[in-house]
Design a protein around this ligand. Structure first.
Ligand SMILES: [Zn+2]
Length: 77
């Protein structure tokens, strides 16, 4: 496997948790290049918070009855 192919494979696997601080829309973003998320698809804000997620991590979103949102990041096996 060439070095160039390994670098491409790492870029394809890059995932981030993205959150719009204006309307709280959130998603997992799988990037194929090292660019930032362009804009919120709900409110069109270009300010998007991003948390990188490694291959061995995952997160769980819990929305409670009173509207609070809890995010738990953990490492997988
Ligand atoms: Zn938004």
């Amino acid at each position: 496997m060439s070095q160039q192919f390994r670098e491409y494979e790492q870029k394809v696997r890059k995932a981030s948790f993205v959150l719009c601080p204006s309307c709280y829309w959130c998603a997992t973003y799988f990037a194929t290049v090292d660019d930032k998320f362009p804009e919120c698809p709900v409110c069109r804000s270009v300010v998007i918070d991003s948390i990188p997620i490694s291959e061995s991590e995952f997160y769980h979103v819990n929305i409670t009855g009173n509207g609070n949102v809890e995010l738990r990041f953990r490492r997988g096996a």
